[in-house]
Design a protein around this ligand. Structure first.
Ligand code: NOJ
Length: 550
């Protein structure tokens, strides 16, 4: 029985927070121009609060040519006019804080847009002070051991720029030149940018793509010691500005490498657990907990003050980078049978279509997300089981307008349909006419109302956030059972990964003095010795084990 611990000496807000990823462009359009915006999001804050969201993560909000949906920034200290103004952003912070919610935004450290004035100056003049802000070479032969990330579009990490007369380095699209972190001025520029937003009152950053900051010959150019040294410096700087600010990092790496991003509790506060995510889907596909067990066995304990971020889906493809090629093939065949469903090394589908819109399967996936380890992150629209549009290019099919009601444009915008940044989903199953927030609010047992209730229950039990995790052995491989424990509570969770009813027996001898109180609508009872029961297909139960006789 492996125990995983987050070592929480004092309560830290992000260790039992519910995160929600907002695609601002897709959320709510307040001025009928076809794009979601900051005033629109402010109008929907009560909706998020009611869902139980503690912290919003906003995808990039900065001016950008949007070759990569804003992850190509051309001005770090401003708001893209399509989203509003800096004053609107301050209003968002005020209104969110007033409701007890926090706001973090994406901060793209690794690269800028090629439209950024730094890059424009750099390419135009070798003597420009900005030339050394980027990574140049006369050949495209350096750093050959670095992999290509956007395998479907990019053939090399080098692109020749005829204006500059040299090749420049980029780990993502060629319109996203990498910054040169060997240049202390680049490092300082990023600290200044962080200060700008922290001074406005932001609650932290989702740190985009941190593994790739430095390049060294003969390495994969990922996770280098120099990268960690800079991230520690960045953390110390951010903490000095605001000790409560959060750095949530996107290091898509194996657990051993991700562990390094927490440092000694002096680097990133949180990291997404990328390897766990596909294994939740794999375990559901196989009705077997082994993939989850194996990755948890490889998951290290965290230093004090740190936390995992867990998720089922996000704005990117469901990445299969952190699985073997055999598992990737299996996952593609199972979850992405049509070629258009695949992108790079992943799957561009939303949660509900991935799980066949099967209500019980969607719920057990959320039961795991909300209870297993870490702080859960929901992706906008998944709370109502929104669909996707795989005909759209790149990852745009999972970024369509939020479906608020059955009025034109799904209640997202009063613009003409052809003005929308992307078409709304109209298919028979997921079309906004039947699948929307308003109709789910009226239906007591909708996914939305069920999630509101279950998140509310989760919030009452701090051990789900910072408790140790102890996986329980069980003869039945379809049963995923575990104990979460902190100084306040001992919680037992049992999930059935199979579509069929499953019986199980768990040895609870260690908790023989306890009673087992159901947190959902299951049966309570004494917890002496063995706990034997049966769960329906994709059923699950949460219990508190306590010695209090009430
Ligand atoms: C990771 C982001 O999640 C993704 O959307 C983006 O394309 C890359 N980083 C490049 O910034």
């Amino acid at each position: 029985m492996k125990k995983l611990s987050t070592n929480n000496p004092r309560r830290l807000w992000y260790q039992d927070a519910i995160f929600y990823e907002v695609n601002l462009r897709a959320f709510y359009d307040s001025n009928a121009d076809g794009h979601g915006d900051l005033p629109g999001l402010i109008r929907k804050l009560d909706y998020l609060r009611e869902l139980g969201v503690d912290c919003m993560w906003l995808m990039p909000i900065y001016p950008s040519p949007r070759n990569d949906d804003g992850y190509d920034i051309s001005d770090y200290c401003n708001i893209d006019p399509v989203f509003g103004t800096l004053d609107d952003f301050k209003d968002l912070l005020d209104e969110s804080h007033r409701r007890g919610m926090r706001v973090i935004t994406d901060l793209v450290l690794n690269h800028t847009s090629d439209q950024h004035p730094w890059f424009q100056a750099a390419r135009a003049d070798r003597r420009s002070p900005y030339r050394d802000f980027y990574v140049w070479s006369d050949t495209d032969q350096k750093y050959r051991d670095a992999r290509i990330i956007f395998t479907d579009t990019e053939e090399s990490n080098w692109t020749f720029d005829p204006v500059a007369g040299q090749y420049f380095w980029h780990r993502f699209y060629k319109s996203q030149p990498d910054l040169n972190y060997d240049n202390p001025e680049v490092q300082q520029a990023m600290l200044d940018i962080a200060k700008f937003w922290l001074d406005l009152g932001i609650d932290g950053f989702r740190v985009d793509a941190p593994p790739y900051l430095f390049e060294r010959e003969g390495t994969s150019c990922e996770n280098l010691p120099e990268t960690h040294a800079f991230l520690k410096k960045f953390r110390a700087f951010v903490e000095a500005q605001n000790p409560e600010a959060l750095l949530l990092s996107e290091a898509n790496q194996w657990p051993e490498e991700v562990r390094e991003y927490f440092g000694d509790g002096d680097e990133m506060h949180m990291n997404f657990h990328f390897p766990l995510m596909p294994r939740i889907f794999q375990s559901l596909a196989l009705a077997d907990r082994a993939p989850i067990d194996e990755i948890l066995a490889r998951t290290p304990d965290l230093p004090p003050g740190c936390q995992w971020a867990t998720f089922l889906r996000c704005h990117d493809e469901l990445t299969l980078e952190m699985v073997t090629s055999e598992v990737r093939q299996f996952m593609w065949e199972f979850y992405a049978p049509q070629p258009r469903m695949r992108l790079n090394r992943g799957i561009r589908r939303r949660l509900a279509p991935l799980l066949d819109n099967h209500p019980a399967r969607l719920r057990v996936a959320h039961s795991i997300l909300l209870t297993l380890i870490g702080s859960p992150t929901l992706y906008y629209g998944d709370e109502i089981g929104m669909g996707d549009n795989i005909q759209l290019e790149d990852r745009n099919g999972v970024r369509t307008p939020m479906q608020w009601d059955d009025s034109p444009n799904a209640g997202f915008s009063a613009a003409r349909a052809e003005q929308l940044y992307a078409p709304v989903i109209v298919d028979e199953t997921y079309g906004y006419q039947r699948l929307n927030v308003s109709s789910q609010e009226r239906e007591p047992d909708s996914l939305l109302n069920w999630l509101r209730r279950i998140i509310h229950i989760r919030r009452l039990y701090t051990a789900f956030g910072d408790g140790t995790l102890c996986l329980l052995s069980c003869e039945n491989p379809a049963i995923l059972a575990y104990i979460r424990h902190n100084s306040n509570q001992t919680l037992l969770v049992v999930n059935n990964l199979s579509s069929q009813p499953q019986s199980f027996r768990l040895n609870l001898a260690r908790w023989s003095e306890h009673t087992r109180a159901a947190l959902l609508d299951g049966e309570s009872g004494p917890s002496h010795g063995d706990f034997q029961s049966t769960l329906p297909g994709y059923g699950f139960q949460w219990y508190e084990l306590s010695t209090n006789v009430s």
